[in-house]
Structure formats: C-alpha cells, structure tokens
Ligand binder design. Sequence first.
Ligand code: ADP
Ligand code: ZN
Length: 761
Amino acid sequence: MSNKGTDAIASPYVEVALPVPLRRVFTYGVSDPFRGSLRRGSRVAVSFNRRKLVGVVVSGRENLPEGVKRAVDVAGLLESEPVFTPELLRFLEQAAKYYMHPIGEVLRAAAPALPAGAMKRLRADGFLDAEENLPGQRVAHHLTWEIRATDDDVGSVRLGARQKKLIELLRGRDSMFLDELRSEISDPRSVVRALAEKGLLTFKEVEANPDPFFRTPVERDVPPPPTAAQQHAIDAITDAILEQRAEPFLLHGVTGSGKTEVYLRAIDEVRKAGAGAILLVPEIALTPQLVGRFRARFGDDIAVLHSGLTARQREDAWQALRRGRVRVAIGARSALFAPVADLRLVVVDEEHDPSFKQDEGFRYHARDMALLRAQYAGAVCVLGSATPSIETYHRANEGKMHLLSLPSRATGATLPTVEIVDLRRHRHGPTGHPLLSGPLHAALGRCLDDGRQAILFLNRRGFSPSVRCEGCGAVAECPACSVALTEHRGQGALRCHYCDFHRPIAAPCVECGANEYHHLGVGTEQMQHAVEESFPNARVARLDRDTASGEGVEAVLDRLRTGAVDVLVGTQMVTKGHDIAGVTLVGVVLADQSLAFPDFRASERTFQLLAQVAGRAGRAETPGEVILQTFQPEHPAVRLAAQHDYEQFYGEEIMSREEVGYPPFARLVSVRVHSGAEADARNATQHLADTARQHQAVRDGAVQILGPAPAPLARLRGRYHYRLLLKSPDRKLLRNVAALLAARIDQGLPPTHATLDIDPL
Ligand code: ADP
Ligand code: ZN
C-alpha cells in the first residue's frame, strides 16, 4: 500500500471538497505557512462565494486548472491531524463515485461535526490557537453519584412518594447512577440525600462514562462453548482474518442460532491481533441488550456510536478509534464511517434490514458500502441474518460470497409453532374487538394463565390509521401531505405521520362541520386498549414511536425482561433482535399489512418481518407459539414464513424477480424531483426523461425508463414529488445514462430540486 495519503502536500495548489450540492472539487492556493502542513484528509477553512466554508483537502496539484487565472488561498487549517485516515478517505471517494453524490457532501456526512467555534479560534495566520483546544485532545470527565442500597429495613421507615419510587428502582440492583434517575424522579439529588440521612442508601461521587450505554455496570461473561455449526463459521471467518484474505461471508442463521456469538468470537480474534472491527446494527436504540453483550465480553474496548452522543462525545469516540485506543466500533448505519485503526473486520448484523439505507441527503446503503469498505481496507466482511435479503443470498449462491449456515437454535430450543388464522373467517373474537380473533384471544388467555409473556406486533401506531367523517364521508387528510391523518386517542389529536401537522380530534370536520368520526382500521393504541379490556388483570405496555419518545425503548423492554409487563403491543420495534426468555407467545395482528405496498420488495419485506417477529417466541426452554392473523393465508410470504422455510421463499422470489427483471437481475436508479408547484415538478421530470432518451442505450431499449410518475407520497410537507426510474440489466450502460442526468441536474433545473438515488429501496 502506498503511503502517499499520509504525506504532507508540497504542491502550490490543492483540490478541496466542499459541502455544496455540486459534483466537483475546487482549487485553492497554498500560501507559505501552509506549505507542508496540509495533508490529504485535512479539514480547511476556505472562502466560497464570500462565505467561509469548511472543506476537506483531497489532493495537491501543480498548476491551476485550464482557463482559471488565479485561485484564492486556503484561509485556515482546522486540525493538525487529518480527520480522515487514508483508508477511510479512499473508501469515501469511491462511495461518492458509486452513488454519483457530491464528494464534499459525502465527506461532511461521514465526518464528526467540528466543535462549536472552531472557525472562530483560528488565529490571524490561519492556524488554531493552541493544541489543547483541538478536538479529542481533552479527556471527557463526567462525575456522577453511584448509589447503593444499604441492608436497613425499608419497611419500618416512612417514605414520601419520590423516596418510595427511588427505593423501588434500586431494588434488585447492585447500584445505579444519579443520571439514570433524572428521567424518573424530579430533583433526584435531594431525594438521594434524604434517603441517605435515613440510612437507606449510600452514595459516592464517581467518574462515569457519560454515554447512557455505559451507565449500568456489566459483569464479564463466560463465553459458551460454540456449537459445531458456530465453530465451523468462526473458523472460516477467523482464518480469513488471520490470513488477511479480504473475503465476504454471509452468515445465515435462524433466529436464536447464535450469530452474535460468532461475531463476538471473530471480533475477539481481531482484537487479539491488535487490529480493529466495526459492527453495524439496524437501530442502536433498539439493541441495548446487544451492546450489553459486547460490553460483557470486551469491557470498555468498544465505542458505541449513536445519535444521542453530543458533538464532543462523538469527536472523542472518533479520536479513540483512530488512534487505536478503542478497537471496536458499534453503531447504526453511520458507524460505517468509523475511523477504526487497522480495520480487519466489518460485520453487518440483520443485513436485510431496510434501516441500513440512508434515505435523505447522501443516499447510501450501509450494507453494500460495508462490502466496499472492507474490500478497500483489505478486511473481512460478514453479513448476518436469519432472513437474508434476496440480493445477498443471490450473491452467495453465485459464489461471490461464502455461505455459512447455522440451521438450529444454539440453546437447543426449537423454533416456534406457527398457527395461521384466516381473518376472513375470524374477524372479531369473543370480545368483539376488531383484530382480536378467537384463536388469538384464546392463546393470550392460556399464555397469561401460565404466567408467561406475549408480544403482539402491529405495524401501525395510533388508535386508528384513519378516520372518516360520519357527516360527509370524507377521510381526514393532512393539508400538507397526501396522507390520511392518524387518530391518537390518548393525545386527543389527529396527526400526520410525515409532518408536524395535528389538530384536536374534537374539532369539526373541515369539509362539512359534522363532529362524529368513524374509525378505520386498528393501530397499536387501540390494540393495547383491546387487550386491557379483554384481560383486565394483565399488565399491558406499548412500544412504538409514541411511547419510545416518553419512557424510552430500553425502559419498556426492561419492564418486559423483568416480568413487570405481561403483554407488549408494538410496531416493528418489537421485531428486532430482542431475546427475552419469558416470551412464549407472539401474535402477528395483521400479517399482510406490508404486502399492500406498491413495491417489488413487499413480499420479501413481509417474509422478513414475519420470520423475525416469530423468532422472538420461545427462545428459552418453553416452546414458543406464534399466531399469525392474515387475510391472505395462501400468500407465499405468509405461508413460508409460518413454515420457517427461507430457502423455499428465496427460490420462489428469485424466480419472479428474474421473470419481471428486477434486482438482482437488473439495477435501478431513481430520479427524484420535487417542487412547490405540481406542474414544475412534472415538467422538470419530463425534461429529464427526454434528456435520458437522447442516450443511445435508452433509444435501443438497453436501459428502460419508467415514468415520469408522481411519487408514492405525491405531496409531502407541501411539496410535490415526481419520480423517474431507470432500469437495466447492464450496470455500465445504466450508469452512463445516470451520469448524463447528473450533468443535466448540475446545470440546475429551477425552481425544482432533483436528486439521484442509486439502488433505491
Ligand atoms: P442470534 O443472534 O442468531 O439471534 P444469539 O446470538 O442472540 O442468536 O443467541 C441466542 C441465544 O443462544 C442467546 O441467549 C445466547 O446466549 C445463546 N447461545 C449462543 N451460542 C450459544 C452456545 N454455543 N451455547 C449455548 N448458548 C448459546
Ligand atoms: Zn403532513
């Protein structure tokens, strides 16, 4: 590997990537003080259109570009060490090329934000004031109280409400930190002091990791001896790591088969070799349990990158990884950009999950880019899933990845039995609540009688997904988006799930002034009420975006784990990798809901959701049971998910993809145009379609053009969205046509805004 990237740039000019929506770099001069100080990946301050912008140096150059007479000089250097390592920068340049996205925007999306005021701290000569002020040089100190219960008898002491609550929270735990109490109890400091005076607890000031993922102490675990299938997978992966073969693997293991244990072992090998690893997970907020397992194995040798970090914490994590002080980065899709030193392994857990696709700004797919980054870094890439994406499984079948299988559960538990309930015959059960069918009601009753727990999955939050006016029959819609308003009964509001619009449910119909609504469909809030009414003794909780913003996901899951909740009703948040022993029943309230999307991946998505949620049941000794309610019991996605038959599903799905020519047999590029006026959006999209038709590959049919058509959500936050879809089995020709459109977009299409989406989801 050349070390050209690490060397200082001695040339008189540099190319700088700026965070502007233009697919190019900009030339700046290098004045004396900066000669020899700038490096590839350095962040610099430059003037651009009379503004000061932060850009990244990507290369040096000896002369000005043709036709350019002079260049402004770089105005300041914002860090003594480049923010990007050479390996990371090369990967990001390639990613920008692949997605045809402006390199400056890609680099800005990948780098941690500069600390506030960094620009202002530049001295007159363009250098930073003092080295200590540089990001990451300071060790973050965070002091908090660690609180422990004493053995004194609580029963004999009179306590106030907040004091009682704190004692309750402390029960059954070794210790807790003051910070954890802030969301539970107001002014926790005084409550702690009062209880200490009564002799019921002790506290002391300690230095703590400010990251909530590190608050609770975790005991080191004892790794279980691997099963034969696990051992085979671990060996294959670690051999590749140790022999430095940059090969990709697909780890296909049923739910509960011990994929995480394979990741842990492989990452451990990497650490023993003194190298680093990245683990990407779908949504970090939903996987505190997984982070706990990594801490139990690796202690503090992990950095968890998540959106809850402050800019300073993110910067500290970034520096720790770069310098190799911390070897393992864990996070959602953006952890793909972690500057892990000597990267040898990239793992993508639940690789099929749609959340790996970033759907605004720099639209990338973190799973696809994980493969690219690993390849560039000379690292091994492991994609893991119980329900691999069709594209990934196809790749493995073609021999482009090694396939490793874990066919049974690691603990010896069996996969749950699945009963399909045909909703055309069983709509309302004995209680009359819609979607609480007789069989589901009976299964819940049995589960609760046995003192076990259940999860009910329904992918719609709110009380009713829409409401219809009894007076005029109009469905209440958002004034800014082309969607129905969802009824949220607890909040007394009708809400748009795409913008902030909401209005009181008591307000009269905007069409006719009547004031009675007919509820259409069932959401999680209604399902929760239905279960509470049908089983008055059950403790029912809800997990969706409405409840998560209040109590927090972790707190809700904790209540399920500790047995404080009998039934958890929730959206797809309940389908992710939770491993809760007491859960023996999973009810899928409406299995065919996701089949309704006008998308060639609807069937795949449904199969994945159903198989994943079913996998939550019966993970311990007691066998699990799944009730799958559906209007389409014969649909392959439903039928085969019920039989846990991934191979069969894949076989049917891949055939139909081939027939209609969709990925992986063709590639797609989507062009998105939006504007405040519908005609403008439509005309600009039509213009781009006409532009594409000038290309030979479109004229002779090698690249197909679908559209222009209104986007699935034609109006969003008051703007009109149009689409054009380019499709071709020939990747090169498709990219040529896309490049032609990119060039046209770069010339500007006012008053519209147009973007490309390569490999759209
Ligand atoms: P997956 O990630 O494939 O869903 P997990 O890694 O969460 O599966 O493992 C499921 C359960 O099996 C966990 O409780 C885990 O501790 C346990 N487990 C994993 N490997 C083994 C093993 N080799 N022996 C015993 N238990 C195991
Ligand atoms: Zn709206």
